[in-house]
Design a protein around this ligand. Sequence first.
Ligand code: ANZ
Length: 854
Amino acid sequence: SQSYDPAAVESAAQSYWQEQATFSVQEDDTREKFYCLSMFPYPSGHLHMGHVRNYTLGDVISRFKRKRGFNVLQPMGWDAFGLPAENAAIQNKVPPADWTYANIDHMRQQLQGLGLAYDWQRELATCKPDYYRWEQWLFTQMIERGLAYRKTAVVNWDPVDQTVLANEQVVDGRGWRSGALVERREIEQWFIRITDYADELLDGLEQLPGWPDAVKTMQRNWIGRSVGVEVQFTVDAAEQPLTVFTTRPDTLMGVTYLAVAPEHPLVDQAMAQGDEALREFVQSCRSSTVSEAVIEAQEKAGHALGIDAIHPITGERVPVWVANFVLMSYGTGAVMSVPAHDQRDWEFARAYGLPIKPVIDPDHGESDLDAGAITDKGTLIDSGPYTGLTSAAAFERIADALEKDGKGRRRINFRLRDWGVSRQRYWGCPIPVIREADGSLTPVPAEDLPVVLPEDLAPDGSGSPLKGHAPFTDVISPKTGQPAQRETDTFDTFFESSWYYARFCCPGLDTAMLDERANHWLPVDQYIGGVEHATMHLIYSRFFHKVMRDVGLVDSDEPFKRYLPQGMVLAECFYRESADGKKTYFAPDEVEIERDDKGRVIRAVATADGAAVSVGALEKMSKSKRNGVDPQSAIQQAGADAVRLFMMFAAPPDQTLVWSDAGLEGASRFLGRYWRLVQAVVEGQAPGQGQVAADEARRKLHETIGKVTDDMDRRQSFNTAIAAMMELTNLLYKVDARGEGAAVLREAALALTQMLNPFAPHITHVCWQMLGEPTPIEDAAWPECDERLLVADSVTLSVQVNGKMRARIDAPADADEAQLQSIALADENVARFVDGKPLRRFIVVPGKLVNIVV
Ligand code: ANZ
């Protein structure tokens, strides 16, 4: 018989799939569709283990669904625009396009080497004009619908390289190449009015039971809907009242000062009075960072403006301050401060000696104002006409009163901001707009699209090479017939990834963005990818889908019916610490490791110098920790099937997975065992010793089919499905192959091969042929579980005496309590611990446990 040679088996199966185009699909109204999508990769050059895990998960689900009779679409493509290509271009002096296309070719081969069941005829790369043309078109539709507009926004400016920097190019406040201190600059950019869809994006989450709650919560927080009131305070010194946004109008009677953002217009007015300390404070705020996370973390600081405002209900005067924790970009850029009931206000009031006036008696929680603010809601105290009301009632009464007097109005605010999409970068999709001689902007008409990005330019780090590249920038305006200039900014690359899932449905279409085929396949039935995309990518895609719906391109409301975020891949890391605490990391192949039988490291030394290295924690595989394992070398070592099987066996999909060479070897050994079992069945030889009877083996087989089917379908619990198949394989090695046993073994080998196929598609493809089946395994149906075989006539139960496990007993499946009691007490060990004492309690957990208390 043949021995298992993964390389030979895998290349045979892969050539077959390629030649037969096995996984190419068409719309088919006679079968239910299933669209399974894994997040497409950025073509960085090499697949990493995170990709392998992501794509194996998608492939297992796809292949399983196909066997269950679905018409399965599983496409793959490339998120091909972005900064790394430009950085590589600057370093290696090659155009980003060459680098990108070479990487795509290499990574496509790597994906094919994993045996992923993709419909390669639908492959797309977002840097190709036939793709980005349509997002340019959709953008012009957004301009027409008032969904895209111009606004100034702050960017990071490198004064030496004379270029705008992306946030990730700013390292400790300095340009990554020049080392110059980065400045803030305001420039005009394009914004997308995603906030128009804020309510729908929020409410739509209710219709997504197939999304993890944690992800929906992240989206809810990102969108951040707050119901509150805008309150107007008149200000002596200003014509306009000062408007604040509050979610707690019930605390209005406890306001002791107001605070405005450093960028607020009232601050400019106050500075004109010439207070030098105020000017300095405001300058320092305005020049520092723009990130909200940083603003929230910094120590609260502020300065009095020397301006008073009038309380809208009491008519009392309250001072106005400028404070570094108030954001100009949220609400009205001004807050009413209630230090008794808001922690930030409390800290600020403590720091600057401002009064703290409690107005809420809380229902729960601490009420020690010396320790901090009392933030719980409760009953109003010391609040004039509102005293005695609950917070909820006071909210309404105070809002009504303010609205009646024209001093306020109810309002809903969102944390979600409009989406700034302009990037001052070369390797991206050109924004299809022309600047006329008079400065006005003209969207490029549909018939002139795409605006093609020249692919042969070489960025040198000093800004986009599109700027001043006359063949690109100099155009004749389609509107005026006069010379005009093309916009040189490109889109945020989240633009491309926001609609690729839809374009996969319509390969080859060159007359529209999408056609009816999109409605056949959408929404995606199962989306799989890293949880780091839980907010931005998954919100932008949901937004794009709704815009495409409103433009008439799709008729569904949501793009992704189910979403499975896969866990990270971790590995041990090895390092040496120098005297100053700096760690130098070693790659696993630079270290010699000795382990005990539990896999723990006993000794680790660097191969280079034989001296000891320390074993660090399990960390996400990364370049900086040097603990990445290259998928290619793992495939060479054990085969793609073993790599896939290990990844699916080692952890549930949403949990972290710890890479282990021993685990990979284990998967490989199991595949060898499975291979030999099939060989034995093909050759009509009994594989083992024959202690297991044919009918017992058949029952175990059908139990396993039932369990694996349920694990894969409903529970998406792939590791337990694999464990069940391993158990079955062990049992099959003991089946008596004479007589009925031979038939059972063949039935089992076929079913096992089918069930293992989604995980290890190559070896099972070849084994299926060896078993002589006429239909290719990819088209053969999933095995059916014969329920009649499952009725076990006896069950095994654990017996506890006073909470301690004392025995396992076999009892008839339909035994009643009295019967169970006599069987349990007849057990020698149970009898010993009961020791003749009277039973105080006797509890039965059917099918599992008997609990005796004496
Ligand atoms: C008075 C008050 C009393 C507040 C109290 C809270 C508790 P969310 O839920 O995030 O919408 N706020 C309003 N605009 C702000 C801005 N531009 N920068 C910083 N803080 C701002 O939070 C709304 C609350 O955050 C508002 O309600 C306001 O403080 C503050 F016991 O008003 B509150």
